[in-house]
Design a protein around this ligand. Sequence first.
Ligand code: NAP
Length: 238
Amino acid sequence: MPTILITGANKGLGLGFATRFAGEGWKVLTSCRNPAKATALQALAEKHKGKIRIDALDVLDHKAIEAYGRALQDEAIDVLLNNAGIIGKEPQDIGQTDYEDWDKIVKTNVFGTTKMCETFVGHVAKSERKLIVNLTSGTSSITRKTVGRMPGTKGEYHLYSPSKTMLNMVSRYLAWEYKPMGITVVVLGPGWVQTDMGGPEALFTIDQSMDRCVPLIKGFGLKDTGKFILFDGSEPPW
Ligand SMILES: NC(=O)c1ccc[n+]([C@@H]2O[C@H](COP(=O)([O-])OP(=O)(O)OC[C@H]3O[C@@H](n4cnc5c(N)ncnc54)[C@H](OP(=O)(O)O)[C@@H]3O)[C@@H](O)[C@H]2O)c1
């Protein structure tokens, strides 16, 4: 059975992915900042005994990522799913930029994800599926940024969305760099989903997002490398 590694798997979409892939019999390597408090993930691991590994990992800590890579050195990882991310504090209105928070958002969403890719590329290269999926956001599209504040949101996201735009570009670089190794790199937007980040008014439940995202992930291959794909399979303009 294939193996998937998921960061930030204690709640939200990360837990949703872990639940789905474990349910389909995959070996699921999960990490989160505080495994002792990850009760839902622990319960999932208990249900799928021997199939789910839980490690502590803060993606802001690059030395810890390297140590995690060494701890998993014998694993062939079919899918590296970089899910851990933050949206940052609100409001994010221009004129009130919190640069310290922005720094943390970029370090988490871009540097953390990139460091995970650099560390685990060898693990992915020795797998069968050879896939890296970096979770992005539909709001990262520069072309679609044609209005100010998004309807229904508490404020503008001018700190979060550009961090995902940057992640998109880095992922394109990774895609071409890793293509000769047979590795596919995709950025995937999961939709606006009811999680702590998405809030209760979001359009989709975690299950609805999983219904769309999991089959997409299972179908991605080299033909898709370098693409920006949304939960419904569409490719938004960059
Ligand atoms: N929900 C949406 O509508 C939506 C839309 C587009 C894209 N996304 C993306 O989907 C991904 C998951 O989001 P979500 O909605 O599930 O958010 P969430 O419920 O807030 O969960 C975020 C996860 O990331 C983890 N995380 C944050 N900083 C971390 C760090 N430094 N090291 C390790 N883990 C860290 C969190 O851990 P803690 O529990 O320790 O904080 C949590 O497990 C994110 O990349 C997000 O940008 C979400």
